[in-house]
Design a protein. Structure first.
Length: 249
């Protein structure tokens, strides 16, 4: 059975003063029945790891370089994330793909490096509104999966996050049927490529405007193993009920 995962992506939000939210979360969910992962900005990573050290909550990065070290000003390696306390790293988020022109090939290379540094790679895929309206969603997702996931994955070190770009930060959420269609498709592609054993143990998260009010119904959809949450992960008061909804699912 796949253990469910509630993951928070703080994006470029959060200062030291905000770590109280994490402490509150760790107190409320010291030993949750699901995995909980918070990905703060890199500047907060080691302090965030300290804040949750008395709980089973994990912290992760939001990106890493393809290399292990070297002359890459401003970049962060997977090994550095691990050293700062991360157990996972988000890769290929649509904001990185758009803001930094990241290709599937680059994401695959980063994921390989991350996994070799003993991090779980949370690889994001998702279609734009134009792609959905042109009925190209599954083709786009299929291409991103084939291109972004390295061959070396196991059921434990890969998480796939389906994040339709048009649902991120917009308050718009696909219908439950649309979410189910994509998640079933991702599961089938994973099983086809990696075999049933690995394919069935990879967690598939939904991301895009997940809130306390819609989490429970989304968690009821087949092959939804949790969520990757942006805005509603910043405050314990918002993220805590999402964790509870996943525990109850
Ligand atoms: P929102 O939950 O703010 O829509 O963001 C989703 C997301 O991009 C998580 O990675």
């Amino acid at each position: 059975m796949r253990r469910k995962l509630a993951a928070g992506n703080w994006k470029m939000n959060g200062l030291g003063a905000g770590l109280g939210e994490l402490e509150e979360l760790a107190q409320a969910h010291g030993d949750p029945a699901v995995d909980v992962l918070i990905c703060p900005p890199a500047t907060l990573l080691s302090r965030a790891a300290d804040s949750v050290s008395n709980s089973t909550i994990n912290v992760g990065g939001q990106d890493c370089h393809t290399g292990q070290s070297g002359a890459h000003t401003g970049d962060i390696s997977a090994e550095m994330l691990r050293d700062a306390g991360a157990t996972a790293v988000i890769l290929g988020h649509s904001e990185r793909r758009e803001d930094h022109g990241e290709s599937d090939e680059l994401v695959r290379s980063k994921a390989r490096t991350a996994i070799e540094a003993s991090l779980t790679a949370v690889i994001c895929v998702g279609e734009s509104l134009a792609e959905r309206e042109a009925a190209n969603t599954l083709d786009i997702i299929g291409g991103q999966l084939a291109g972004s996931i390295p061959d070396i994955v196991t059921g434990e070190n890969l998480v796939v996050a389906y994040e339709p770009i048009w649902a991120i930060g917009t308050g718009k959420v696909p219908t439950l049927e649309q979410i189910g269609e994509v998640h079933d498709f991702i599961r089938a592609r994973l099983e086809k490529r990696f075999g049933a054993g690995v394919g069935r143990s990879v967690r598939i998260l939904y991301g895009g405007s997940v809130k306390p009010g819609n989490a429970a119904e989304i968690f009821g959809v087949s092959n939804v193993d949790g969520a990757l949450v942006g805005g509603a992960s910043l405050k314990a008061a918002d993220f805590s009920p999402i964790i509870s909804a996943l525990e109850a699912a």
